[in-house]
Write a protein that binds this ligand. Structure first.
Ligand code: SAH
Length: 375
C-alpha cells in the first residue's frame, strides 16, 4: 500500500491501509462505470477528484477483478522495436522532434528489424510492435515489405505498427501487407489542448481521421494520451475518459508525460505516476477487454511501475527488443528506461516478477477478447 505517496505533479494520493469504506458516491459511480461502460462528464470529474484512501483501493481492486474476469491471470508480452527515430514532426513534448538538432538519428535496416524479430520469437514473443517517428526516409513500400517478411517468417505472430499519421490509402496498404494492429495515441481528446501540445500545421482533426480510418480498415486500433502533459487539467482528463468510452479502442496506451530537456516542454513537471495508475484502473473497468499496457514511461517514474500497472488493471507489457546500440537514441523523454530484453534472462526475470503478483506471461499473440461482452 502507498502511504501519502506524492505524484510528480504535486497531487497527493493517499492509500493508507485500513478498513474505512469507500465513499458511497464513489462506490456507486464505479458500479455504474462497470455496468454501463461510461459515465457523465461531472461523474468522471468526481472520480478523478476523489482518488484517495479507501476509494483508491476499491478502484484498484475492481480493476484487477475485471482484468481477471476477462483475461484470467494472463499477461501479454509485446516485443517493441523502435526502428527509426527520424521524424518530420515537431511535437513540443517529444525528444525525437524534428527541431531537436542534437538528437542522434538512426534507422534500422529491414534485415536488422528481422533479426530483432528472430530473437524475439525465440524469447517467446508473438507480437512485434514496429514503432518509429514519421520518417520520410523509410518508404511505405519498405515498411510494408518488412511486415510481409515478418508475417511470412512467423505466421503465428501479430504485427503492430505505430508510425504516426498516414493517408487512408497507406494504412490500407499496410493492412494488405499483413499488419494486424495499429497504435496511434490521440495525445489529447480536445482540439484546443492538442494545439497547445503541437505546432501549427499538425491538427487534431487529422489524428482523429486516422483513428477512424484505421478502425474501418480492420486494424485492432489503439489510441491513448499522456497523463500530466502541460496544460492538462482534470477537465481534460474527464474528456479523455469520455472519448475512450465513445471510441472503445481495442488498445489504449496511457503513460505519464516526462519532460525531455531538449524540447520546449523541458522544464515542465512530469505527470503523476499515481494518477496514471488510477486512470489505468478506470479504463479497465470501463472498457473491460481493452489491451492495456503498463507503459515504459510508468516504469521510468516508478521502479515497480510495471507491476503496479498490472495491479491497477493493465494486462500488457512491452519490453524493448531494439538493438542495444540504438536503444538510448530513441529518447522520447529524460531517463527513458531501456528495458533490455535481449537476454533470455531478462524475460525470465520479468516473468518471475509477474508470478510474484499472481500473473503469468504467456506465449501468445494476445488478441483483444472481442468475444467477451464488455458492456
Ligand atoms: N510517431 C509515432 C510514435 C510516437 S512515440 C506516432 O505519432 O504515433 C509514441 C508515444 O510516446 C507518443 O504517442 C507520445 O504519447 C509518447 N511520448 C512522446 N514524448 C513523450 C514524453 N516526453 N513523455 C511521455 N510520453 C511521450
Amino acid at each position: 500500500m502507498l502511504l501519502h505517496d506524492r505524484g510528480h505533479s504535486g497531487r497527493v494520493l493517499h492509500t493508507p491501509a485500513g478498513d474505512a469504506p469507500a465513499d458511497a458516491v464513489f462506490a456507486g459511480l464505479i458500479d455504474r462505470l462497470e455496468k454501463n461502460g461510461t459515465l457523465g462528464r461531472e461523474e468522471f470529474l468526481y472520480l478523478l477528484r476523489n482518488c484517495r484512501g479507501a476509494n483508491l483501493r476499491l478502484l484498484f481492486d475492481r480493476a484487477a477483478t475485471v482484468r481477471r474476469k476477462v483475461y484470467g491471470h494472463t499477461i501479454f508480452l509485446r516485443g517493441l522495436i523502435e526502428f527509426t527515430n527520424h521524424c518530420r514532426n515537431n511535437c513540443l513534448y517529444c525528444g525525437i522532434r524534428a527541431g531537436n538538432t542534437r538528437a542522434e538519428r538512426y534507422r534500422l535496416s529491414a534485415d536488422e528489424i528481422l533479426a530483432c524479430c528472430r530473437q524475439g520469437y525465440e524469447l517467446g514473443f508473438r507480437t512485434f510492435v514496429l514503432q518509429g517517428g514519421e520518417d520520410p526516409g523509410f518508404a511505405d513500400e519498405a515498411l510494408a515489405a518488412v511486415v510481409r517478411a515478418v508475417k511470412a517468417a512467423y505466421p503465428d505472430t501479430a504485427v503492430t505498427l505505430s508510425v504516426g499519421e498516414r493517408s487512408r490509402e497507406v494504412y490500407q496498404f499496410f493492412r494488405q501487407a499483413g499488419a494486424d494492429r495499429y497504435l496511434l495515441r490521440h495525445e489529447t481528446a480536445t482540439a484546443a489542448h492538442y494545439r497547445q501540445l503541437h505546432p501549427a500545421g499538425m491538427d487534431w482533426e487529422n489524428r482523429m481521421r486516422c483513428l477512424q480510418d484505421l478502425r474501418e480498415l480492420g486494424f485492432q486500433t489503439g489510441c491513448g494520451f499522456m497523463v500530466g502533459s502541460p496544460f492538462q487539467r482534470d477537465e481534460e482528463l474527464a474528456e479523455e475518459l469520455l472519448f475512450l468510452s465513445r471510441f472503445r479502442p481495442e488498445m489504449a496506451g496511457i503513460g505519464p508525460f516526462i519532460p525531455h530537456y531538449q524540447t520546449p516542454f523541458g522544464s515542465y513537471p512530469a505527470g503523476s505516476a499515481e494518477v496514471t495508475l488510477a486512470l489505468l484502473a478506470m479504463i479497465r473497468i470501463m472498457l473491460k477487454t481493452v489491451l492495456l499496457p503498463a507503459t515504459t514511461a510508468l516504469g521510468t517514474l516508478l521502479p515497480d511501475g510495471r507491476e503496479r500497472g498490472i495491479l491497477a488493471g493493465a494486462n500488457v507489457i512491452m519490453p524493448n527488443l531494439s538493438p542495444e546500440s540504438v536503444r538510448e537514441k530513441y529518447l522520447l523523454y529524460n531517463n527513458k528506461l531501456h528495458t533490455g530484453c535481449e537476454a533470455a534472462e531478462a524475460v525470465e526475470q520479468l516473468k518471475q516478477s509477474l508470478r510474484q503478483i499472481g500473473c503469468e506471461a504467456v506465449i501468445d499473440r494476445g488478441d483483444c477478447r472481442k468475444d467477451f461482452c464488455d458492456v
